[in-house]
Design a protein around this ligand. Structure first.
Ligand SMILES: [Zn+2]
Length: 436
């Protein structure tokens, strides 16, 4: 057990806080990313304690970094994956400077505090602790800090997939962002740790309507904007099925069995109504995200465009979805174009790594539940899963669900005690999983 290793977790947490605050002050807003500075920051800490690091550069400043702790080689490696870039912050909506990494009331504030510089630092500390404790794992532990996750990974994982595929096919297992610990997940009375073997597939569509231009004083039936508005309305009214996939069924089963809702389990309909994320993992979703048309107040435009952010459940065919949407729109003068899409197979949930996750979480947090969850966003795990790597979204920090919802939002922050829990669980998972 970790006690036998005599780790002072408060001291480790203090080191995490010091490291994370410094790391958050490195502005890696993507675009432009400029991840080189972040990669060097992490590498410097690893090299100081005897690690050798490797860099690759996908474009100016678009640097990813890798290091490894050599194991006995009995098994294929475990990868600890994190991305170093962050989404833009709009400082005018924040209570603090998003890149000052202020510590207030036991929380660290800053862009990337949740997504995902905190996990990057937890993974870093796992590497450092293994070295300091002189532990030899039964497989290599590979630490990979990548660029450009937030803008589609063309300078990160997708680039590695083209230029250094061996980096991605080498591990058997990987831990990454995509699932977190929550004190009140779906209203649960027990702490719940989401471990995510799958994610929804993004399908970004552009609708383009064409029609006859004309004078605004004389309406006619072939107005491009009318066509677009009609199409968007039909899409909104489109009744798509609600699907409780086996994995979500398993999650609900575990919540019920673990007595997460002592006053009685809510129905699927009720959960969908109350929790937008639950709604999103039980349906193919569509968000209207943009529309443009027209150039003069009294001119009927010849064309109109809209952008839709669709997210499909794991295993759903993107082509079939587009065909159905075409039928729903029922207008030959409205075209659908896929501008970005990614389908990702799910990893198996019942593996030896998830077994260890379940054991460790239960031992360390009384009454805690581990559930499989479908990540509503897409992560770099999709690229690993394409190559058959068992990749899990598992960030074992523990906090209130309202804080966890701050990913990509204003006033993103992470509680320090959540980091303390997180490092203890993550370290023990990796230690036990790789114990000879
Ligand atoms: Zn992220």
């Amino acid at each position: 057990m970790t006690n036998a290793l005599q780790i002072d977790w408060d001291e480790v947490t203090a080191e995490i806080v010091a490291t994370l605050t410094e790391y958050l002050r490195i502005d890696t807003t993507n675009p432009p990313g400029n991840e080189q500075v972040a990669a060097e920051f992490l590498a410097e800490r690893l090299e100081r304690e005897g690690y050798q690091t490797e860099y690759v550069e996908a474009g100016p400043g678009r640097v990813s970094m890798r290091t490894r702790l050599a194991g006995s080689g009995e098994q294929r490696p475990l990868m600890l994956l994190n991305h170093t870039d962050v989404v833009p912050a709009q400082p005018e909506f924040w209570e603090v400077d998003p890149f000052a990494a202020e510590v207030r009331d036991g929380e660290i504030w800053g862009r990337g505090a949740l997504d995902m510089k905190s996990m990057g630092v937890l993974e870093l500390l796992v590497m450092l602790l293994f070295k300091r404790l002189n532990l030899t794992p039964n497989r290599d532990i590979v630490f990979l800090a990548v660029a450009d996750e937030e803008a589609g990974s063309a300078f990160g994982m997708e680039w590695l997939d083209k230029e250094h595929r061996d980096w991605l096919t080498e591990p058997e297992f990987a831990l990454n962002e995509g699932g977190m610990g929550s004190l009140n997940f779906l209203g649960s009375q027990h702490p719940v740790f989401a471990c995510s073997p799958s994610e929804k597939g993004p399908l970004w569509l552009r609708l383009r309507a064409e029609g006859q231009p004309g004078h605004g004083s004389t309406p006619h039936a072939d107005n491009a904007m009318d066509r677009l508005v009609r199409a968007l309305y039909r899409i909104q009214e489109w009744e798509r099925s609600i699907v409780v996939q086996p994995q979500t069924q398993e999650a609900l089963h575990r919540l019920r069995a673990g007595n997460a809702w002592p006053k009685g389990a809510p129905s699927v309909a009720r959960l969908r109504q109350t929790y937008p994320t639950f709604s999103a993992i039980t349906q193919n979703t569509i968000s209207n995200t943009g529309a443009t048309s027209g150039f003069k107040h009294n001119v009927i435009p010849a064309d109109a465009e809209a952008t839709l952010d669709c997210r499909l459940l794991p295993g759903e065919s993107h082509d079939a979805f587009i065909r159905s949407m075409k039928e729903v729109i029922d207008d030959d003068k409205v075209e659908i174009e896929a501008v970005f899409q990614s389908e990702s197979p799910a990893s198996e949930f019942q593996t030896e790594l998830v077994n260890v996750v379940e054991d460790v979480v239960r031992e360390q947090i009384e009454g805690a539940l581990v559930i499989p969850s479908t990540c509503v966003g897409f992560t770099d795990s999709r690229v690993l899963r394409r190559h058959g790597v068992h990749a899990y979204g598992f960030v074992p920090t523990l906090m209130d669900a309202s804080l966890a919802a701050g990913v990509h939002g204003h006033n993103e922050r992470i509680p320090i005690d959540g980091l303390n829990t997180g490092i203890q669980i993550l370290f023990e998972v990796v230690r036990r999983f790789t114990a000879a």
